[in-house]
Ligand binder design. Structure first.
Ligand SMILES: *[C@@H]1O[C@H](CO)[C@@H](O)[C@H](O)[C@H]1NC(C)=O
Ligand SMILES: *[C@@H]1O[C@H](CO)[C@@H](O)[C@H](O)[C@H]1NC(C)=O
Length: 713
């Protein structure tokens, strides 16, 4: 028989190559073929089968002597040559021995990691503490709690705490050393999700954003807090893993700018993380406190850890350094053994549904199993109310402006663009409405401040004038130029006692940190003077800049534009650099029919359309598609009559409270088109959905996106 190569697909990533040679007969090949066939089966089945075969094999008394009979000749000899076989043998022997122990605290199993060489396995880890991080930890770590209230400890230890239902399903880092991003995200996800109803879907945040953007080593390893530091300095813009999908590769471009949906309504209030005191006891205090809840932790993955199946894991071999990031998500006691509930990032097929119970110390006995409680930390999130104080001054200033939809705006502007006073969100006078602080807990609907709770293009409010229901607000835009040139007749008053600056940049910095400063004027001697007040006529000599109020100078867009492809407008009018600007301008130019272009360069066109095969994106003022057939973006505008979910379940009527009672009623959401049992998106979810008439509470619906659907004359 000739040399053959057989490839066993063990999962998407890994292949076991076997070189078969010199089979004497088909009969001799049979055991190996059985083994190979089992490997091609679904993973769970194949490992089990492989294990069973191996156990028979290893049980053979001749095994030690290297003369096993059962998997005889061909199979074992050939397999034995590969590094994978060696790894598998080591693990299988471990599993078999371990599970025979008396007083077995935890059960080991063969799983997808059992075949991996040490080198391959190391790619499922990826914790790397640099000297800088170590120094930071020394700086922020607090001393051990000195007074311990034993009664309180006993009370806490008697509880069972489990935050798993506030976290998205278990994730998998695959063969990328990115455990640090998973550890960081789970602790952050808990902070975002902790006030949500447990029966809803939980926000899942993007690990890939952290891999791509932080400038750490990506799949080469890092420390969880790098994600938080980056987020803090980037306006807490974090994508959901739904939008910014995990790829498990280093070296991809940072694409966070495309999606900022993950942390909307929340922000990092500090660039570092809060480290918990360093003992089981102190971590107990933190985990029992549901404002802290889930912790990001560092552990040493020692022998046997990867084979965990059930019970309470413990090891006496954790004498090295930490190499893996996990999360403590709760604690309890199992068969008299106290444990921490620990979340891993190796998929739900590993361990106990992706989790592992690790032994916990009690009564002041600090077990610190495999360093689990030594580096425990969690992010500083505004509103997480951990008694550590809120954001820094510079952070507060950032949220005086908004990016994109301005959903994160937390400033105190209480007037619309036309100067009308805003109505309080908690009031139903003069306008009754459903955007109440209770219905939109993440919208931060404080007082009568301009906010964007509903995915509108920018912050807005109801007005106190009964003739004008609502209007947009002029919120400084963080993403655009923060300084606008103020033209001609509009000037500001001089700010008393302010420093004159020779340098424009230093004037800008000074102005930005002075709350009374609203602009800068250049005087005839060339120096810059800080100005105060808004848009009142005053003396000015040269250049005049206004701080962050660009939107007051151009009216915001209202109404709909339809996005269309493969069509274009003819006859240029003028151009604009951003889509928003182009739309604003088009809205105000009577004969403008639409805008077309790409980021950085948009052109406004007259109202004449013609078919053509241009590849540019175009938006039109008129000729909107039929919203009973499709929807735009999150499809809150969809008004069609699809009434079954993605899995084919029938939708419950919105005006019915049976079988599921709920608050998404037509009365509460009067403008969301909650007719009959049609799929709708009243609450800013990423797609239309409905409650179902079955036991499944709710599900997404599949509604077509409005694209290429508008008809052209
Ligand atoms: C840890 O990170 C540092 C700094 O990025 C790097 O120089 C070092 O090689 C990394 N160590 C490991 C083991 O990956
Ligand atoms: C609007 O905000 C300003 C400045 O914060 C405040 O002085 C004023 O009282 C507010 N007006 C109303 C009606 O809330």
């Amino acid at each position: 028989m000739k040399l053959e190569v057989v490839v066993i697909e063990l999962d998407n990533r890994k292949r076991l190559l076997l070189f078969l040679n010199n089979f004497a007969s088909l009969k001799e090949m049979l055991p190996l073929l059985t083994l190979l066939a089992s490997c091609w089966l679904a993973q769970g089945v194949s490992y089990r089968k492989l294990y069973n075969d191996a156990v028979i094999h290893f049980k053979d008394p001749d095994f030690e002597a290297g003369k096993s009979k059962r998997l005889t000749s061909a199979a074992s000899n050939l397999l034995r040559d590969t590094a994978h076989y060696k790894a598998f043998k080591k693990n299988a022997v471990f599993v078999q021995k371990h599970n025979r122990e008396n007083n077995l605290k935890w059960v080991a199993t063969i799983n997808e990691f059992s075949l991996e060489t040490d080198e391959e396995f190391s790619h499922h880890l990826g914790l790397n503490m640099t000297r800088e991080i170590d120094e930071e930890i020394q700086r922020v770590k607090r001393r051990k709690r000195s007074i311990v209230d034993m009664e309180e400890i006993e009370e806490l230890e008697a509880r069972e705490v489990d935050y798993r239902s506030y976290l998205p399903p278990i994730k998998s880092q695959g063969g990328c050393g990115s455990c640090w991003t998973f550890g960081a995200m789970a602790a952050l996800e808990y902070q975002i999700n902790k006030d949500r109803p447990v029966d809803g879907e939980m926000v899942a945040l993007s690990e890939e954003q952290c891999v791509d953007c932080t400038g750490s080593n990506g799949c080469g390893g890092g420390w969880p807090t790098a994600c938080y530091t980056w987020g803090h300095y980037h306006y807490s813009h974090w994508a959901s893993s739904y939008n910014y999908v995990y790829e498990g590769r280093s070296g991809l471009e940072c694409r966070y700018d495309d999606y900022k949906d993950g942390m909307s309504g929340f922000k990092f209030s500090d660039s570092s993380a809060q480290y918990v005191y360093q003992s089981d006891e102190d971590v107990l205090y933190a985990v029992a406190d549901n404002r802290i809840g889930v912790l990001s932790c560092a552990i040493q993955v020692a022998d046997g850890f990867s084979s965990y199946s059930s019970g309470v894991y413990s090891s006496e071999n954790c004498n090295g350094g930490v190499n893996h990031a996990v999360n403590i998500v709760g604690y309890g006691t199992l068969n008299g053994v106290p444990y921490w509930k620990v979340r891993n990032s190796w998929g739900s097929g590993w361990g106990d549904g992706g989790y592992i119970n690790m032994e916990r110390g009690v009564n002041g006995n600090n077990l610190n199993m495999c360093h689990l409680t030594e580096f425990a930390h969690y992010p500083y999130i505004e509103g997480s109310d951990d008694g550590q104080g809120s954001g820094t001054e510079s952070e507060a200033m950032r949220f005086e402006c908004g990016d994109g939809g301005q959903a994160e705006y937390r400033g105190e502007v209480n007037q619309t663009t036309s100067g009308r006073t805003c109505q309080k969100w908690s009031s139903q006078e003069p306008h009754s409405h459903s955007y109440t602080p209770e219905s939109y807990p993440y919208g931060n609907l404080e007082k009568n401040y301009c906010r964007n709770p509903d995915g509108w293009t920018n912050a807005w409010c109801y007005t106190t004038e009964s003739s004008k229901r609502w209007e947009d607000c002029a919120i400084p835009d963080c993403s655009l130029e923060k300084w606008c040139s103020v033209s001609d007749q509009v000037f500001l008053d001089k700010l008393e006692n302010s420093t004159r600056h020779e340098d424009l940049n230093s004037a800008k910095t000074d102005c930005y940190t002075n709350e009374n400063c609203s602009g800068i004027s250049q005087l005839s001697d060339g120096s810059y003077q800080l100005m105060t007040g808004t848009l009142t006529p005053a003396e000015g000599d040269g250049l005049t800049l206004q701080k962050g109020v660009c939107k007051q100078l151009t009216p915001p867009p209202t109404g709909d534009y339809c996005k269309m492809e493969n069509v274009t407008l003819t006859s240029r009018m003028t151009s604009a650099s951003t889509l928003q600007e182009a739309m604003q301008l088009c809205r105000y130019l009577e004969h403008c029919g639409g805008v077309s272009g790409r980021e950085g360069s948009f052109t406004l066109f007259y109202n004449r359309m013609s078919s053509s095969d241009v590849d540019k994106d175009s938006w039109f003022k008129d000729d909107c598609p039929d919203l009973t057939k499709c929807g735009f973006g999150k499809q809150a505008d969809y008004r069609g009559n699809i009434s079954t979910t993605v899995s084919g379940r029938t939708c419950q009527r919105w005006d019915s409270q049976s079988p599921h009672s709920h608050t998404r009623t037509p009365e509460n959401y009067p403008s969301s088109g909650l007719d009959e049992n049609f799929c709708r998106n009243p609450d800013g979810w990423h797609t239309p959905w409905c409650y179902t008439v079955e036991s499944t509470r709710w599900e997404n619906c599949d509604v077509p996106q409005c694209e290429n659907t508008a008809s052209v004359e």
